[in-house]
Structures are given as C-alpha cells and as structure tokens.
Design a binder for this molecule. Sequence first.
Ligand code: PGA
Ligand code: ZN
Length: 423
Amino acid sequence: MSKVQKVWATQILDSRGFPTVEAACQLDSGEVAVASVPGGTSTGTYEALELRDGDNQKFLGKSVYNAVKNVNEVLGPGVWGLDVNDQDKIDKRLIELDGTKNKSKYGGNAILAVSLASTKGGALANKQPLYLWVNTLAKRVGINAEIHIPSPIFNMINGGLHGAGNLDFQEFHVIPATSKTYSDSLRMGVEIYMMLGKDLDRRGAIHSVGDEGGYAPNLFTNADALEVLYEAIKQTPYQMGRDVFLGLDVAASVFYKNGEYTIRDKSAPLNDDALLDYYKYINNQYHLALIEDPFHEDAWDSWKKILEAFQGQLTIVGDDILATNMERVQKAIADKACNGILVKPNQVGTVSETLEVIKTTRDAGWKVIVSHRSGETNDWFIADFAVGVGSDYTKFGAPARGERVVKYNRLLSIESELQQKNI
Ligand code: PGA
Ligand code: ZN
C-alpha cells in the first residue's frame, strides 16, 4: 500500500493568462505527482462550481487563492494517509468534505486538482504510465476499455466566445477518418491547418488565432467557415467524406436569447425548428460527422428532434446540456436526446465521477469524446485519460499553441510506446 503523505496547491496561470489551481500529491515513498486544472469560457450552467475569488483588485476578480487555501487547509489534509491505489475512496472523501451538490463549498477546481494529482500519484506508486493506470481505474468501474489512440477532432476555426472574429458558432472541426492511424491523422490535421492559414491569408481574412489555436477570421456567415475549410481540404491530397469529415460545436446557449437564436447567416432570429432546418441544409452541403450543442442547454425537446432527424447519419454530442453530470446524462439517455458525450473532468470535479459517467454512456452505446477546455495548462493528463478510458475521440483544439500541442504530442509518444510494446 502506498499512502498520500501530503498535498499542497499553487496558483498558476492557464493559456488565457487566468489563474488556475495546481496541486501536488506526495506519497509516503517521497515521490511527488503534480497536476493542474483547466477552465472553460463557454461554461455550462450545470457544471461544478469553479471557485474564483471575485476580488477585482486581484487578477480582475479571477484569482483562485481561496481554492488554493481550500486544498492546503481542508481537502489535502482530508486525504492524507489514504491509499493512493483507492482513487474511488479519495474522491468520495473529497465529495464528502465539500458536501454540496455542485462542489460550491470548496470549489470544483480545488477538488479536481487533488483528484488529478492523486490519480497521477497512483500511476507513480504502481510504476505505470498514467494511461495504463487510468485503464485500471476504468476497468474497476466496469468500462470495457481497450487501449488505443482515439481519433482527434481538430478545432480549426474558432468563433463564438473563443474567437476574435465575427462567427457565432464556436468551433469548426476537421475529423480524420477513424480508420487512419493517429500519427497519420495528426499529419492530416496539421497540413489542412497550414493550408487553411494560407487560404485565409489569400482572402485577406484576419487569421489571428482564438483560445483553442484555431483561426479566428471575420467571414460573412457561419456556413462560409465550412466552405473555407472545404476549399482548404480540396488543395490537400485528402478527400472530404473519405479521408476527412467536418463537424461543428455550435455552443448554441451563447447566442440564444428569449426563445430565439440570432446568427449572422439569417436576417431574422430563428426558433428551434428553423435552426434545425438550417442544420439540415448545412448537413446536405457538407455531410457533417458531428454536431455538438446544436440547441441551448435546456432545450430537451429540440435535442430529441435533432437526434431523430439525423439518426444513423451523424453524432449529436452533448456538452453544456450534459455537463459530465450523471443525472443529466441519465435523462438524456432516457429521452434519447444525444448519442455522444463531450467528457470534461472539470465539469463534474473528480476522476471517479467522470469514469462513472463514461461507463453509463458506453452502456447506452454512445460515442465518447474526451475534451480539453478553452483555458488549458501544459498538463497532458487529459491525453492519458482519453487513452486509458478507451474513448472514441479526443478534442484538444487546433494542432497549434503549446497547451494544445503538448496533448497531441503526448498521444504520439503513447502511440510509439504501444508499438514498441506491441499492445
Ligand atoms: P469551453 O469550450 O472550454 O470554453 O467550455 C469547449 C467546448 O465548448 O467544447
Ligand atoms: Zn462544447
């Protein structure tokens, strides 16, 4: 048995320059595991609470000194002496100490930092790479997780709250065919990204990058962003619909107001049915592989309609509507509202609860996409996590910017390691 001897936290910065929580977990062997927590920009209402100090004199209200203090004074001491092999017990202790439904007492960011660091501690104690240790934890909750590298979903164009441009939809994806190896998929992603940059340049469209490393151009409509992607892909050796597919994270809650969605593609605001018709039109043009958050996070009836409309054709992915939250996932399964989930550990706040959610969605036959947040650190935890749980896809942004690339590179390392070991 290897015990947690000490846990401490530090306020560090994420890729947006916002403060976030890093935790260190020291084992009785003296070894130390360090992990840090990401943060969202288009956060869903149903996520665990991200505790920020709200003191405008410090980091314009964004500091997380209280969350750090909660780790140092309550959560850390609360898990001292626990067996680091028993992640479930560690997470249950953290949940009990907080005692609220949405982790609002000590903060989901404080709790997740300890959960992630102790999971890394478990890997250290077992002398295993993190992905193998996560795989053990996944199997313990009954996930039939085969180790493989998931297919990447590249976020090539950033709009909505992530982009400096004028697009309403948040993410425009390129998704290599799942039959490709990971390293081939990454190469395709990078080549398309480079071609897209050149194309935007030629069109005179601003192409600074957004929060997730995708280009953030000003374009006439959201559909134009898909057209630009399509044109860029045509100039590469890859064929749309065979080698690569397109996808969207609409993040519709952001442009929903008083029962209507306002998007630059249409002169008047759309109701849910009109927006669904517009998705049908877009899908006819571009044969999408997935649409994430097509409607706002409480529009259950519209979600049911879109899943029915596109059944068997494409994956309807729930992010804000599900918030990696078991109750909402169970409702979505019962209601037939989605057939894919975006998994973000910081939406729920512990590794063990995240694994339970994955197990439930797997049992329902859904596609599982393990995702970063728009505010990331250079921690690659999520890459190992995606491999360990046997996810179908990863969503780590564009293949650019250090905090995104560190995760793509980690998957390359794991791919090589698996080849060496013949796994
Ligand atoms: P977020 O964006 O991290 O800002 O929530 C990611 C997403 O919506 O998928
Ligand atoms: Zn999303």
